[in-house]
Design a binder for this molecule. Structure first.
Ligand SMILES: [Zn+2]
Length: 379
């Protein structure tokens, strides 16, 4: 309705505007209806669709192995245990101490000159098969509170330090110390030796007592004990005495350096200065003590005189000398040329050194309550 109205208006306007001079008669006009064309939009594709753009990557670098590369390892075979260990014992510690046993000679220990290991234990070895024919018939000659150890500075048979060869042993005690009979017997002589000689000269022993004992020596001869330098004699010639009877007191009469008892053992003639024996082989050792007795010879078996002998244990060190070549008699049983008494039973290293050179060295055991023999032959 509305469009039809517009068209009508337009027609009337056009008619009004026509020049009047030639104005044709009004003609009927048929209105032209404009054709309407439908507009259809055409879609234009956009450029570079993303979907089509697939990037092509450049090839990566080629890997070249170098000489330092680790070679490829071949796996080792896997071991399979074939035995399974099952503990069969249960260890239970026992803490109670076991008794200490005496060790035997230790391998690698010090050896003596014969290659025998030097024992380091203190238990005694078994008694030796060789029999020792001791004749310890006598006891100590000094009474109570006196010194019954034999002086080691001047042993029997020694002539050390330029002294006269000693044919007895000394027991150093102050004047007045009781002197006892060493064994049973009869007083052979009692008094001064001013007119009766017993030594190298008269007036040598001063006041002395000589006892003849009731035992004889192994050679059958009579045995005497002699006590010299006494301050006082308490027995008379011919008097019977028992072991331990007091026969006098210590002094320094005769040829003596200070008070001491000089004790001798004589076998045979009681007056003979040349019939002495070593008292250490006649007086019983202290209990658990022993006496070392032996002989020192050279390579040819010749007896050596005045040779110094060292005797050492872990506890003590002592020395002695072989007998001098002068009036000294070896024992009729032993034939020794030295003794060293009053040694506590123990192991001892016995050595002989000459001019600073060790000529002999051996470790031996000194048995208690008896003698122990050693043969020393120098190389
Ligand atoms: Zn003497």
């Amino acid at each position: 309705m509305r469009r039809k109205s517009v068209y009508l208006i337009l027609l009337f306007a056009l008619a009004a505007c026509q020049p009047s001079a030639d104005v044709p008669e009004a003609v009927a006009v048929t209105p032209t209806v404009p054709t309407v064309v439908a507009e259809v939009a055409t879609m234009v594709p956009t450029a570079n669709p993303i979907a089509s753009r697939t990037a092509t990557l450049p090839p990566t670098a080629t890997y070249t192995p170098t000489s330092t590369d680790t070679p490829t390892l071949t796996p080792t075979p896997t071991l399979t245990p074939s035995v399974t260990f099952t503990p069969s014992l249960t260890f239970t510690a026992t803490l109670s101490p076991t008794p200490r046993t005496i060790p035997s000679a230790t391998p690698g220990a010090a050896v003596d000159e014969n290659g025998t290991p030097i024992p380091t234990w203190t238990a005694p070895p078994p008694e030796p098969a060789t029999e020792i024919d001791d004749h310890y018939h006598f006891s100590r000659p000094i009474g109570e509170n006196g010194v019954n150890y034999i002086a080691r500075t001047y042993p029997y048979g020694s002539g050390a330090g330029g002294l006269q060869t000693h044919l007895g042993v000394d027991l150093e005690n102050p004047s007045g110390t009781p002197i006892l009979a060493v064994g049973d017997g009869v007083v052979y002589y009692a008094g001064e030796d001013t007119s009766t000689q017993f030594g190298p000269s008269t007036s040598y022993y001063g006041n002395l007592v000589v006892i003849q004992h009731s035992v004889n020596a192994s050679n059958g001869q009579p045995v005497f004990s002699l006590y010299g330098h006494m301050q006082r004699v308490d027995v008379q010639t011919g008097q019977a005495v028992k072991r331990g009877d007091k026969i006098g007191i210590v002094g320094g009469t005769g040829v003596a350096f200070g008070p001491h008892l000089h004790l001798e053992i004589r076998v045979g003639d009681p007056h003979s200065y040349q019939d002495t024996r070593n008292p250490e082989l006649w007086i019983f050792p202290y209990r658990t003590f022993g006496t070392l007795v032996g002989r020192v010879t050279d390579a040819n078996g010749t007896v050596l005189y005045d040779a110094p002998i060292q005797v050492k244990s872990a506890d003590i060190a002592r020395y002695t000398y072989t007998y001098a070549d002068d009036l000294v008699n070896p024992d009729d049983t032993f034939g020794e040329n030295f003794t060293l008494g009053d040694l506590p039973a123990n192991y001892y290293e016995v050595s002989v050194t000459e001019g600073g050179r060790v000529r002999f060295r051996k470790t031996i055991y000194i048995y208690p309550d008896r003698s122990t023999w050693i043969d020393i032959q120098l190389k």
